[in-house]
Design a protein around this ligand. Structure first.
Ligand code: ZN
Length: 147
């Protein structure tokens, strides 16, 4: 098992090392329990969105600055979820967990076809898109999340 996302052992450097030479999509790396433990599908979508990274980006393409931004985004999303729910992280970090309270705060997850909260709208941005990766839904903004 890898470190949990809020543990100090989970850093941009360790994430970058795990992604080096890997052709798999970045999203798969983040769902890999050997790299980071217990990060669920929804949190991955939200963190990638905040870090401006496309879920299908080849892991090896992750840059040092982007890895730092991604680690910060993951921690921010988790911390906000804990605060919003007033509950322990353990209740929120699980692959298929019911997200309860924090659901209203998702920016892309489950919002296919809705405007991206950070983009100006059509015609510049057609809104949040959904794609399937390894049988799981991924939600992203095709305009500002770079692949
Ligand atoms: Zn956008």
């Amino acid at each position: 098992m890898g470190p949990e996302p809020l543990e100090p052992q989970f850093t941009a450097a360790t994430l970058l090392a795990a992604c080096a030479d890997r052709k798999a999509p970045l999203k798969s790396m983040l769902l890999d329990q050997k790299i980071v433990a217990g990060l669920g599908n929804i949190y991955v979508a939200e963190a990638l969105y905040r870090a401006d990274l496309h879920p299908a980006l080849p892991a090896a393409s992750l840059t040092r600055p982007a890895a730092g931004k991604l680690v910060r985004a993951i921690r921010a999303v988790l911390n906000e979820a804990v605060e919003a729910g007033g509950s322990s992280l353990r209740d929120y970090v699980r692959p298929e967990g019911d997200m309860g309270y924090f659901q209203h705060a998702w920016r892309v997850y489950g919002r296919a076809g809705e405007p991206c909260p950070r983009c100006p709208g059509p015609p510049a941005c057609a809104g949040v898109e959904r794609m399937t990766q390894s049988g799981r839904s991924s939600f992203f903004c095709p305009r500002h999340q770079k692949s």
